[in-house]
Ligand binder design. Structure first.
Ligand code: T1G
Length: 703
């Protein structure tokens, strides 16, 4: 018997434990072991029923994602075949689902006739997050178990369904009182099935999934959902598979599902999303830090500054039950900050996402103060005051005075030099950058800025804390703008210049949203604030802006007080949230172009794409070469989770690899020539890009 499963027979029950740590991923060896064990039990006359469970507690997290795109993915016995054969066993097969059954793990459970969970059990079909669809019967069996609408919701959202809801839907037949009692409960259930002469598989609740649906249900559902799918292939394939479940007998539906799955598996979008899955896990692996690195306990957090950022940051911690002391200088500012946090939660309550009780529990964890002395027992202090170096340094001088030894002192600066902030303290080893993205309680990205003196345990502690509060932490070195805003600079610079040269803000934004970015650069600047972008640009102007046309349209809007959404006017006009093109911006661009002797001309969308994206990519490659970013995948995570770059393109680095590094380099060299003096000033290929192309490499990596 394979070591990947445990096998024992007790009083007529065969207990088969999945034992492939850490998540029982259904790679070919485990698939084979499960099939052999189940067919052995089915052939054993002493066995009356079979219980399948996770030997290490967790049932199964699905197919082995590392197999996709390789022959191993459908190596015999492939998962669809294994599960089909399980459905044909003569004896009741009970899945005891501890903790998780995701993707192929839930499909494995659906191939069992019966399913038992425990209070912490969550089930789901998250394949959509990998650019895939359930490929081992989920699109055909789930609609027959719970009905078409709940099945579509689960597959298109990829969300995990908690135990109580899974029981309600009929995915679970029974709930054990605790994880510790799960196996006993499943065995008891199996004995009841034997005693009652229950069939190996109960009758399907929805044998004909389409019956009972309005004739145009699928058509309407698709029409409602399609806009949010953008150019993603997977949701459309999920929908086609469920349509097949409504139109075809099970066997034909299963065959259709395999065909659709293979189409998804081969797609560039799924390759991109599988890259993101592993990049998220790789980002937590930092040289010099491992499981032996001690972590500092974080029992109490303090946040300095009760503005939008400070309030959002504080929410992250009270959301996970960590008390926060929120400090402001003025009483009215503090009151406003506390009220805003309560208001944010109230909106969640109105939307049914939070109970009143939970709101009060969270607010009870929040203490406001005007006195630095109240920060003396904080384990982690996060400064979120005005983005000005001297102001931040003053805050850190005070923190150095009042905070206990070993407290981690973090700055939320979006671009300033963390080393210069650490230098005003006597404890630079305890200082780090924690750059949250606005809104801080929503955006998943957390840039963890590893300063020159930052201690390894401080870095390890903040990385772990970042994951605890639900962020995607990415380590950055110290430079202007770290990873994200350093790359935003050339990307936005090209966008500004293109408007001078003849494009309009809406044309530029349309090219970028056409690539499925959540927002174009100008609507993003209007949201973040034309003034905020100006102040950041101005702080760095001396270092980089040798060009009189450098972001001049943004400078002019700033001088006109057109800060974007907050003033109702920026690159666009705003009536509430309704955005209108502002032809005065075009007139402004024409005037500035005349003054700056910038020739205006019609600009093709392809030029907008290439100039904005190639400069974004070029800067990312430069960051890698400088060691500011540890790996290309980290850069991808920054732009997916902080700037709305589509995961189905894999992030700017992965996108460059799919375009072809040689094409990116050729494009940069083309604009270096064709844009005259401006091109020669700005379109300088990163040396690493040149080296990669010269070496014929297709992946972006340091060498
Ligand atoms: N395949 C391969 N490796 C996996 C894996 C998987 N399904 N899930 C996790 N790992 C690795 C992960 O890379 C990491 O490795 C380690 O396990 C711990 O993971 C046919 C087509 C289960 C919620 O999408 O969501 O089934 O970095 O750090 O935070 O229809 O892992 O240690 O070397 O994430 O406790 C569908 C993916 C697959 C679930 C646990 N299933 N996994 O989170 O640990 S497609 C999924 C997760 C499919 C079928 C289809 C999470 C988790 P390393 P971790 P965690």
């Amino acid at each position: 018997m394979s070591s990947l499963v445990t096998y024992q027979v007790e009083d007529g029950l065969a207990l088969i434990g999945l034992a492939r740590p850490p998540v029982n991923a259904l790679g070919q060896p485990l698939r084979e072991a499960i099939l052999q064990a189940c067919e052995r039990a089915d052939a054993d006359a002493a066995v009356r029923a079979i219980v399948l469970y996770g030997a290490n507690g967790l049932f199964c997290a699905g197919a082995d994602i590392s197999e996709f795109g390789s022959p191993a993915s459908f190596a015999a016995p492939d998962l669809p075949d294994v599960l089909l054969r399980l459905t044909r066993l003569d004896k009741p097969l009970v899945a005891a689902i501890g903790r998780l059954a995701l993707g192929g793990g839930l499909e494995l459970a659906l191939a069992c006739g019966y399913r038992v969970g425990e209070p912490q059990t969550h089930v789901g079909l998250p394949e959509i997050n990998l650019g895939l669809l359930p490929g081992a019967g989920g699109t055909q069996r789930l609609p027959r178990l719970v009905g078409v609408a709940p099945a579509l919701e689960m597959m298109l959202s990829g969300a995990q369904v908690p135990a109580a809801r899974a029981l309600e839907l009929g995915i679970l037949d029974r709930l054990a009182d605790s994880a510790g009692q799960l196996l006993d409960c499943a065995c008891q259930f199996a004995r009841e099935l034997i005693a009652s002469g229950a069939p190996a598989r109960p009758a399907e609740r929805f044998p004909d999934p389409a019956s009972g649906l309005e004739a145009d249900f699928l058509e309407r559902y698709r029409a409602e959902q399609e806009p949010r799918w953008k150019s993603r292939l997977a949701p459309r394939l999920v929908f086609s598979a469920v349509e097949a479940a409504c139109l075809l007998p099970l066997e034909q539906g299963l065959a259709r599902e395999v065909a659709l799955f293979k189409q998804a598996e081969d797609s560039l979008q799924s390759q991109a999303q599988r890259h993101v899955f592993f990049a998220e896990r790789e980002a937590g692996k930092i040289p010099g830090i491992d499981a032996s690195t001690p972590l500092r306990p974080i029992r109490k957090v303090a946040v300095i500054g009760a503005g939008t950022m400070g309030g959002g940051i504080a929410m992250n911690f009270i959301n996970v039950g960590i008390p926060v002391t929120l400090l402001e200088r003025q009483g009215d500012a503090l009151d406003r900050g506390l009220a805003q946090i309560r208001q944010n939660y109230s909106i969640s309550v109105k939307r049914g996402k939070l109970s009143e009780e939970r709101l009060e529990q969270r607010m009870a964890l929040l203490t406001g103060t005007l006195d630095y002395a109240d920060l003396a027992d904080a384990d982690l202090v996060i400064e979120a005051v005005f983005e000005q170096l001297q102001i931040k340094q003053e805050v850190f001088r005070q923190l150095d005075q009042v905070c206990k030894p070993g407290a981690i002192l973090a700055t939320n600066t979006s671009s300033l030099d963390v080393d210069q902030i650490a230098a005003v303290t006597t404890r630079a080893q305890d200082v780090i950058g924690l750059h949250f993205f606005s809104p801080a309680n929503v955006m998943r990205l957390l840039e963890v800025v590893n300063a020159r003196e930052t201690a390894a345990d401080v870095l390890a502690t903040t990385l772990r804390m970042g994951r605890t509060i639900g962020k995607v932490p990415v380590v950055s070195g110290v430079c202007f703008g770290f990873i994200g805003n350093r790359m935003l600079e050339p990307y936005a610079r090209e966008a500004h210049r293109l408007v001078l040269e003849g494009a309009t803000p809406e044309q530029v934004d349309a090219v970028l949203t056409g690539l499925d970015l959540n927002m174009g650069v100008f609507s993003m600047l209007d949201l973040a604030g034309v003034d905020v972008n100006f102040l950041v640009r101005d702080a760095n102007r001396a270092a980089i802006a040798h060009d009189p046309s450098y972001c001049r349209i943004g400078d002019e809007l700033y001088s006109l007080g057109r800060y974007g959404q907050k003033t109702g006017r920026g690159f666009y006009l705003y009536e509430g949230r309704n955005r209108q093109n502002d032809y005065e911006v075009v007139a402004l661009a024409e005037r500035l172009a005349g003054e700056l002797h910038v020739a205006r001309r019609p600009i093709a969308d392809q030029e907008i794409h290439d100039r904005c994206l190639f400069m974004l990519i070029n800067e990312g490659i430069q960051l890698l070469d400088e060691g500011i970013a540890l790996r290309a995948g980290d850069i991808d995570l920054v732009w997916i989770n902080g700037y709305g770059f589509p995961a189905h393109l894999g992030g700017p680095m992965h996108y460059a690899e799919q375009l072809g590094l040689d094409k990116v380099l050729a494009g940069i060299e083309h604009y270096r020539q064709s844009l005259g003096e401006y091109g020669r000033m700005w379109f300088t290929p990163a040396p690493l890009l040149e080296r990669l192309v010269a070496a014929g490499k297709t992946r972006i990596e340091r060498f």
